[in-house]
Design a protein around this ligand. Structure first.
Ligand SMILES: Cc1cc2nc3c(=O)[nH]c(=O)nc-3n(C[C@H](O)[C@H](O)[C@H](O)COP(=O)(O)O)c2cc1C
Length: 222
């Protein structure tokens, strides 16, 4: 996708131009990459490489950093404090994240720091998931094989963000990833770069439609 294509914006369920908000422009974006076997990945590997190419985006590989799941809590908290937007990038595993993300949440988002009395370290920051699913888009919904929408399945993570005073944006999803060919993966990586660029520029949906939006597949800077 060329830069001209980055000039348009739409969300899948409610196409709207984004607008500037209280998210700072030149927002500092942290991608927490969580894939237990990145060397075998078809989708998240190319997406991570695409993310690393976006200026001002920090990509932090959790499985590379913590192969024993022994998370360096002060380091992770310092990274969070140094960024405005947290992107959790991962394959969708058992209707959720790979297990290290849960470990990371349990260890890093501490009472009195991320929530609870004086626990306001993350207040006002943004949380968004970017993930690939094996299942096709139509599998996720009341009529689909998986019965629930992706947004519904992310409810515990959405509430985790909310409890920490963070803004939770609808997930960016690459569906049916097992069947994507090289060109489709490259196109997805380009859309991911556009999302990260938009987040860098402090953009989000124009109104609170993101509260209801299920999934973002295209999100481009104006
Ligand atoms: C342990 C495991 C659990 C999975 N659970 C789901 C799932 O709940 N829903 C789904 O759509 N795909 C599921 N998949 C498929 C992965 O989401 C898919 O393989 C991945 O997104 C492909 O990305 P990659 O090429 O970066 O590995 C699962 C795969 C594995 C290995």
């Amino acid at each position: 996708m060329g830069s001209a294509d980055h000039q348009r914006a739409h969300l899948t369920s409610r196409p709207k131009l984004p607008s500037r908000t209280d998210v700072p422009s030149d927002a500092r974006v942290l991608v927490l990459l969580a894939h237990p076997a990145l060397h075998r990945s078809r989708v998240n590997g190319p997406l991570a490489r695409a993310a690393r190419a976006v200026p001002g985006v920090t990509v932090h590989d959790l499985y590379e950093s913590y192969p024993d799941h022994d998370v360096d809590v002060p380091h992770e908290q310092a990274l969070l404090l140094a960024h405005d937007v947290v992107v959790l990038q991962h394959p969708f595993y058992w209707y959720s994240t790979p297990s290290l993300v849960k470990e990371w949440i349990d260890q890093v988002l501490l009472f009195g720091w991320a929530y609870g009395p004086n626990g306001n370290a993350l207040m006002g920051k943004t949380w968004i998931h970017a993930f690939s699913t094996g299942g096709p888009a139509e599998a996720y919904g009341p009529e689909g094989h998986n019965r629930f929408t992706l947004r519904q399945l992310l409810a515990p993570l959405e509430q985790t963000a909310k409890l920490c005073g963070m803004r939770f944006l609808p997930p960016f999803a690459i569906h049916g990833s097992l069947r994507l060919d090289t060109a489709a993966i490259a196109e997805a990586a380009s859309r991911y770069q556009a999302l990260l660029t938009a987040l860098r520029e402090g953009l989000r949906p124009r109104d609170d439609s993101h509260e209801r939006t299920e999934v973002v597949t295209h999100w481009e800077a104006p």
